[in-house]
Design a protein around this ligand. Structure first.
Ligand code: SF4
Length: 526
């Protein structure tokens, strides 16, 4: 179907979303733009950040329309922005009811019958939007008008999807995280996860993908965040990707790249380990999903994981590689008690990853976890992000304690600000001691957010001294090291960035720390 040239010049399609932070550049919108075909010249992207006023955003959106012309606005809807996007769509349809609103994204791809935002919108594309969104726009502009509101996105062969990386602007490359993907989907079926519905993974052509990465690198990109659900699924491909980065690191050690991958923990063959070992400090991060070490829970939620192998691999990574490890656990899964979660947590702490991402179970729309609702009395918050409130084994009050634990853990342990004090806090019972600190902190502050660093340090100090009975000298030594480490890290950020022509690996990794995400840099400095 070919559009009239006049129509192509005058109409506009806006692709928009609310990112969680400015630094997150939306890969999804760039995919849509790259695949708009002949509509691409009249399509543009405008991203916003959550927290802005709905009316301001609507005003900015409407300022982009050509008066008197048809205007299509496509919103990317995710769990973190659905509440605000609903408000924006409501205001937009009030003040400009003729604007055509199309929704897409995981939050509107399932359970479409009972969502306010879908009631307000004109159309929804569920699942993959690469070919179905442009096709729907063509139909809206050319007619006949689509009869159905909800359109199931077609999944084209991977080779037919245009890659979007040239659409990252120079500004994006300089200031934002660049998300990239060498594959989509996941072959595993963990019931709390939306990727469980994929049943398999689909790779992009690896050579073409690496050519795109080369293009980004040549334009100055140094931080690459892979969103592939399982980087180490196909080891041949993983090795090719790692070699791409190793070549860059070798060619320009003074200007290092940094790559982030999600990996399954029980699959690290020797060839992969060899490659991992070659990465210098500050150039590699792994996000590793453990979720639970409880085999009964794993069986209940259809998560296949060899716990011994997973633990062995995490230990190996800690001891024999420079990879920064960020390991995920989830509290609130069906069948997981406070005690079994504590055991898993302690086991993980003993393995020594740099960060433990302590997540609380959420009921993502479309995930099969709800089949346990009755048997395990799963009670989820009806509002996004649909966090679990209580279940058969963990009462509401205890789930609240776990949520606070997660928050304080992030501030104290994951932040890297208390690297020397943390061992004093955790001692020989990490979960139990940190829970005691967490309960005490909340009782004394009634707050889990906006606690200034100095106040936080004073609270930790007081708890160690007065509640835990830790020796004052040991606390002082640890605290002063933590403060000294932070001061050094700050100084490092201010130092002259002009690097000598050749550097040792250690020097190069110190250089890398300056451009690293803050937490990793602090963990390296500790
Ligand atoms: S949790 Fe990870 S391994 Fe499991 S289905 Fe989701 S993406 Fe796949």
């Amino acid at each position: 179907m070919v559009l009239a040239a006049l129509a192509i010049r005058t109409m506009t399609i806006l692709l928009t979303t609310l990112n969680a932070r400015y630094s997150h550049a939306s890969l999804g919108l760039r995919y849509l733009l790259a695949n708009m075909g002949e509509l691409q010249p009249v399509t543009q992207i405008q991203e916003f950040v959550i927290g802005a006023r709905s009316t301001d955003i609507v005003e900015k959106i409407l300022a982009l329309r050509t008066p008197g012309e048809k205007f299509i606005v496509g919103f990317g809807v995710y769990i973190w922005n659905v509440i605000e996007t609903t408000q924006i769509v409501a205001v937009l349809k009030r003040v400009a009811p003729d604007v055509v609103v199309i929704l897409g994204g995981p939050e509107v791809s399932h359970e479409t019958g009972d969502q306010e935002i879908i009631r307000l919108a004109d159309y929804v594309v569920t699942g993959w939007g690469d070919v179905s969104f442009p096709a729907l726009c063509q139909q809206i502009l050319q007619g006949p008008q689509p009869l159905m509101k909800v359109h199931a996105g077609l999944q084209p062969p991977m080779a037919e999807i245009q890659l979007p990386y040239h659409l990252y602007s120079d500004q994006d490359i300089r200031h934002r995280t660049l998300y990239v993907e060498a594959s989509r989907g996941c072959p595993f079926k963990c019931e709390f996860c939306l990727s469980a519905l994929d049943k398999t993974a689909w790779p992009f052509d690896i050579d073409q993908f690496l050519q795109e990465m080369e293009g980004l690198y040549q334009r100055g990109a140094r931080l690459f965040k892979f969103v592939d659900r399982t980087f180490n699924l196909n080891i041949k491909t993983s090795l090719k990707i790692m070699q791409f980065f190793l070549d860059k690191l070798e060619a320009a050690p003074h200007d290092p790249v940094y790559a982030h991958f999600e990996v399954v923990p029980d699959h690290l063959p020797d060839a992969l380990k060899e490659g991992i070992q070659k990465f210098p400090e500050g150039s590699l991060q792994f996000e590793i999903g453990i979720q639970s070490f409880n085999t009964e829970v794993q069986a209940l939620i259809s998560r296949k994981q060899n716990n011994d192998k997973a633990a062995e691999n995490i230990r190996w990574l800690c001891e024999h590689s420079h990879a920064h490890l960020h390991v995920d656990l989830i509290a609130g899964l069906p069948g997981e008690t406070m005690e079994s979660f504590a055991q898993g947590f302690n086991k993980l702490v003993a393995l020594g990853p740099h960060e433990i991402q302590f997540g609380i179970l959420k009921r993502l729309r479309g995930t099969p976890i709800i089949r346990h609702t009755e048997a395990y009395q799963l009670a989820f918050d009806p509002q996004p992000p649909y966090t679990i409130l209580a279940n058969k084994d963990i009462a509401f009050a205890d789930m609240q304690r776990l949520i606070r634990f997660a928050r304080y853990w992030d501030m104290i342990a994951n932040s890297g600000r208390f690297s020397h004090s943390l061992p004093l806090i955790l001692a020989d019972a990490a979960f139990e001691n940190f829970m005691a600190l967490s309960d005490w902190m909340f009782a004394n502050t009634d707050a889990t957010h906006r606690i200034a660093l100095d106040k936080l340090a004073a609270l930790v100090n007081k708890w160690l001294l007065e509640v835990q009975g830790t020796a004052a000298e040991a606390i002082q030594l640890a605290m002063s090291s933590d403060y000294a480490g932070q001061a050094m890290h700050k100084q490092g950020n201010k130092s002259d960035p002009s690097a000598p022509p050749r550097q040792t690996r250690k020097e190069a990794s110190r250089e890398a720390a300056k451009s690293l995400p803050q937490r990793q840099a602090r963990h390296m400095a500790a």
